[in-house]
Design a binder for this molecule. Sequence first.
Ligand SMILES: Nc1ncnc2c1ncn2[C@@H]1O[C@H](COP(=O)(O)OP(=O)(O)OP(=O)(O)O)[C@@H](O)[C@H]1O
Ligand SMILES: Cc1ncc(C[n+]2csc(CCO)c2C)c(N)n1
Length: 276
Amino acid sequence: MELMSHSSTFLLPTIPPSPTYALVVLNQSLPRFAPLLWKHAQLRLCADGGANRVYDDMPLLLPHENAFDVRKRYKPDVIKGDMDSIRKEVLEFYANMGTKIIDESDDQDTTDLHKCVAYICDWAPDLDKSNLCILVAGALGGRFDHEIGNINVLCRFSTVRIILISDDCLIHLLPRTHCHEIHIQPTIEGPHCGLIPIGMPSGSTTTTGLQWDLVCIPVGTWVEDFLLGCGMTGMPHAETEMKFGGLISTSNIVKGEKITVQSDSDLLWTINIKKL
Ligand SMILES: Nc1ncnc2c1ncn2[C@@H]1O[C@H](COP(=O)(O)OP(=O)(O)OP(=O)(O)O)[C@@H](O)[C@H]1O
Ligand SMILES: Cc1ncc(C[n+]2csc(CCO)c2C)c(N)n1
């Protein structure tokens, strides 16, 4: 099974040239590191009312600079959505500056985030999707229906790397098609983390690097016999199963700088972002 590596280097001031980042700003208070994400991204989109947040909040995050200059500098490439939340003066401001405006008010079945992710995938048709990473700012906190809608976008585009980001944590999907290596940036993230099955129970998950690892012991093998022989009768195969209503891994803790995860179903990975 192919290995997929994950690292939150986009939260560091300088980052390696790969992958290619695209940023989607949602209609929520901008995370404090929004200017950093903006700098790292090669394509910047606002999902409908997300444009109001760039217009209103970027100058607040950069209080020593002139608000008009900040707004000119932080010009989105695209504003896309059903356009029921963006203010008229904000739309006009960015349209006059050359931002591409895509009104999809006809589609009332997909969210504005979904519409933006679809745009990014079309924007980079030739780009190897494993080399594209979509950062979504303001995805968590506030309305629970929107948060779940944002998580659903991770599931609907499960072959695309998408990271939901707030001031407090980040979330991404670990598809079952790969085994995963997560490289922790200890200065900016952790130690609290979670691994959550989404959509369906996960029959078997194996992890390393966590305080409460999920350990898969193959039933009926010498490994099981050996462990039973050592008196480890409590070694639970059942604990590798995770489902809502049963065990899910919340309030776990990262112990090292590398976590590995392998599972028979897609899992959400979440880790806290450290306060300043
Ligand atoms: N409170 C929130 N929490 C998380 N994400 C949000 C929140 N509010 C908005 N979003 C995200 O920002 C996107 C754009 O927000 P916007 O308010 O323009 O959406 P909307 O479709 O007009 O919402 P609604 O009509 O349900 O109020 C949404 O599609 C959603 O992904
Ligand atoms: C079953 C069902 N529930 C809710 C909506 C509403 N909805 C879902 S996404 C969206 C667009 C938001 O910008 C809207 C209005 C629907 N269409 N179908």
